[in-house]
Design a protein around this ligand. Structure first.
Ligand code: F6R
Length: 606
């Protein structure tokens, strides 16, 4: 969360800082700001809300400095108001920060006792005062920054500039990502390579514990204690093109509609359709010897992982443990040496997922990551990556990344199933054939939008919505509820259909829509019983199913037909109606679909 950028340029940098921030806005949009060194003095412009507010402010009150920092904020400490917006600045120092300084209260107390007066509620302001305090003691800027870094605990990416220093910038990483961009007589810092792509493709990724001392001519990297370290400069493949919405009203709509293509690319990168075989990269261990797979992820990626568990257990006959990364990392589960740990992430930067990866690595696990951003920290720290070819996902609510994650997990289940002798060659052909049909069926599902618009009209009046599913449709119920709540702000919960009578049934009345994800598979009749329990209590049922509406055996508020396919691939198809229900409800309610309140695309804090 939060995007940071820094430029040591040849001309005024405010425009380029804003340009880079536009590419980082997915990391947060509570406020934005830039600060530059102009004639030796620091000056800044900040604005609450989206970047366009900062642009207006800058056009009315331009900044001319050639050395500057920019920041787009996802609030952690302190309200999302201008006072708390970065850069934080006094007469001597300006700082931007992504992450959380965990010992900020202790430092704030110590610095206040020394006479420092705090203007904001942020943890970041302690960094400003700490660096200033060392400067006040006569310590030179680079050493002051380094001394401050040694006092900080927590997770942070930081960039610092100083009054009177037109050719100096400090960058530091302990957790969230930070990259140096090398230009011709210019130097850059950014939270990711995409932010810097219009300026340079020569990138150095900082590692945890690195402090970079940048001038226009050189980038030197040190450990926080001052030891020099070497990090390679590499050619980045990040594209500077800001993906546009095409003819769609929102990125989310465009991304939902891209699914036939990106699922097809992703499947095609692992499956030889002519042979009916899955080819995975070498996992570096013998699949037959895997005694357990542990999967960790967050949010939507976690729900993809639950589908993966159903598939891996059923088709590869391997036990799978799955947990949200934020719990996994602190549970410290014992992991047998030589096991496989799988991480699922669109951004490749999610703090909890990364911390869990490091835990598993330290336990001797082989690390495989299903990741969309190949230049990300998680991609770089994995033994093997299984890429999703979803392309850039801009809408904050994940859609195409989810179905691409499912595509990779399906391939993993088939490949492991074959290698472990759990499925035959003929079954492998049958399953890959079923996957080959998915893009076509997903296309069909996208041609029914009028139905969702009608449904949105009714759902928008609901205060609570329940989603039910069984087997591999259970995670789809969870994903449906997450999608609805995050973009429409309607309270929604997903339940395993069989759990209904163990509590949630108390919520059912005629005002609670119940969306049932129920393909006509071996579990359909069981779910029918649950639907009848809902109907008996006046609940309004919206059925997503390939089964005819009459088979529900009760009155339906709506029936969304889904094509009949091999049950293995059902989750890939049912993802689409749950996305469209959420999307159209949010559009009907007029919320900010692509940048819903309080959220960010890349969650780099715990
Ligand atoms: C929901 C959503 C989030 C992410 C989660 C993990 O629509 O997008 O729940 O899935 O924050 O993010 P990644 O996949 O980047 O690790």
């Amino acid at each position: 969360m939060c995007g940071i950028v820094g430029i040591l340029g040849k001309k005024a940098v405010a425009g380029d800082l804003v340009d880079a921030l536009r590419r980082l806005e997915y990391r947060g949009y509570d406020s934005a700001g830039v600060a530059t060194v102009e004639d030796g003095h620091l000056d800044r412009r900040r604005a609450e809300g989206k970047l366009k507010n900062l642009e207006i402010r800058l056009s009315n009150h331009p900044l001319q400095g050639r050395t500057g920092l920019g920041h787009t904020r996802w609030a952690t400490h302190g309200k999302p108001v201008e006072r708390n917006a970065h850069p934080h600045m006094n007469e001597r120092v300006a700082v931007v920060h992504n992450g959380i300084i965990e010992n900020f209260q202790e430092l704030r107390g110590e610095l206040s006792a020394k006479g420092h007066v705090f203007q904001t509620e942020t943890d970041t302001e302690t960094v400003l005062h700490l660096v200033s305090d060392y400067l006040d003691q006569g310590v030179a800027p680079v050493d002051a920054a380094r001394a401050a870094l040694q006092r900080l605990q927590g997770a942070f990416a930081l960039a610092v500039i100083f009054a009177g220093e037109d050719n100096l910038m400090i960058g530091a990483r302990q957790g969230p990502p930070l990259a140096i961009g090398h230009g011709e007589g210019e130097m850059y810092l950014g939270s990711d390579a995409i932010a810097l792509a219009p300026f340079t493709d020569t990138i150095t990724y900082l590692e945890d514990g690195d402090c970079a001392v940048l001038t226009r001519e050189a980038a030197e990297i040190f450990a926080f204690d001052g030891r020099k370290v070497e990090r390679p400069a590499i050619k980045s493949v990040a594209s500077s093109l800001l993906v546009d919405k095409g003819n769609f009203r929102h990125f989310m709509a465009k991304e939902i509609h891209e699914q036939p293509e990106v699922i097809s690319h992703t499947l095609g990168s692992f499956i030889d359709f002519a042979e009916g075989r899955v080819h995975l990269p070498d996992l570096g261990l013998d699949p037959a010897e895997i005694s357990k797979i542990s999967i960790s992820a967050c949010g939507t990626a976690y729900y993809a992982g639950i589908v993966g568990k159903y598939w891996l257990e059923r088709y590869a006959r391997v036990p799978v443990e799955i947990d949200v990364a934020s719990e996994f990392r602190y549970r410290e589960p014992p992991l047998e040496k030589g096991g496989l740990s799988v991480f699922i992430t669109q951004s490749g930067e999610t703090a909890d997922t990364l911390a869990t990866l490091r835990y598993c690595k330290a336990q001797g696990q082989r690390i495989a990551s299903i990741v969309n951003v190949r230049t990300s920290t998680i991609a770089r720290e994995s033994d093997v990556i299984l890429p999703t070819l979803a392309g850039p996902e801009i809408g904050v609510a994940s859609t195409k990344a989810f179905t691409c994650q499912l595509s990779v997990l399906a391939c993993l289940a088939i490949a492991l199933g074959r290698a472990r002798g759990a499925i035959s060659e003929a079954q492998e052909k049958e399953l890959t054939h079923a996957l080959a049909e998915v893009p076509r069926h997903v296309s069909t599902l996208l041609h029914n939008e009028a139905t969702y618009e009608r449904l949105a009209h009714d759902l928008s009046k609901a205060r609570d919505v329940l989603y039910l599913g069984r087997g591999s449709s259970f995670p789809l119920a969870l994903e449906g509820a997450l999608k609805l709540k995050e973009i429409s702000y309607i309270h929604a919960e997903g339940y395993a259909a069989g759990e209904l009578k163990h509590g949630p049934i108390a919520l059912i009345d005629e005002n609670v829509p119940v969306i049932v994800v129920a393909p006509a598979d071996e579990l359909f009749e069981k779910t029918v019983s649950n639907m009848q329990e809902v109907a008996a209590r006046g609940g309004k049922i919206i059925l997503l199913s390939d089964a005819a509406a009459e088979r529900a055996g009760c009155a339906l508020e709506a029936h969304i037909p889904v094509p009949t396919v091999h049950p293995f691939v059902n989750p890939l198809l049912y993802a689409v109606p749950v996305q469209l229900i959420a999307y159209h409800t949010a559009v009907f309610l007029g919320t900010d679909v692509d940048q819903p309140r309080n959220l960010a695309k890349s969650v780099t804090v715990e």
